[in-house]
Design a protein. Structure first.
Length: 156
């Protein structure tokens, strides 16, 4: 998880921002923001404490994303518009230029589900899989970070 080392300082600020932003009367919006905050905390704590991939996958949450999609939540309440080049702080996220926050969080939800499925199919562990689960986890992290950066950019 060396890819996480570089962004620990900004990550703390993003987590604090999400905590402040989640103070709202809109229950669905609050749940999605709290889940985004929670998932970023999983990565931060996983890195600091050298947790295994299995532990991190087990603690990633996607229930609020699924609930928001099911209840037809308007993700534009989090941040309207599309991701522009100036929103992208990590070069590897360039492919998400032009996406909405809804598209991005749906992709996060799909990847978390895929990781859990792989874990279940392999007897509760992602060890010894041919899939590159480290890359898959890093993709989830960078998508989460992009989502938080994009939401935060509305405030600036």
């Amino acid at each position: 998880m060396e890819w996480l080392k570089v962004g620990l300082g900004p990550l703390e600020k993003l987590i604090s921002f999400l905590q402040a932003k989640s103070v709202t009367n809109d229950v669905q919006k609050k749940q999605v923001l709290r889940e985004l905050q929670h998932n970023l905390n999983v990565f931060k704590n996983g890195y600091l404490n050298h947790f295994s991939e299995d532990t991190m996958i087990g603690h990633l949450a996607n229930e609020a994303y699924k609930s928001a999609i099911t209840s037809n939540f308007k993700f534009s309440k989090l941040r309207a518009g599309k991701i522009e080049p100036y929103h992208i702080l990590d070069e590897r996220n360039r492919r998400y230029q032009g996406w909405t926050i809804e598209q991005l969080l749906e992709k996060v939800d799909e990847k978390i589900e895929e990781l859990r499925t792989l874990q279940r199919m392999n007897g509760g562990s992602v060890k010894n899989l041919r899939n590159n689960t480290a890359l898959m986890l890093s993709n989830v992290y960078f998508r989460l970070k992009l989502a938080a950066d994009f939401i935060q950019s509305a405030i600036k």
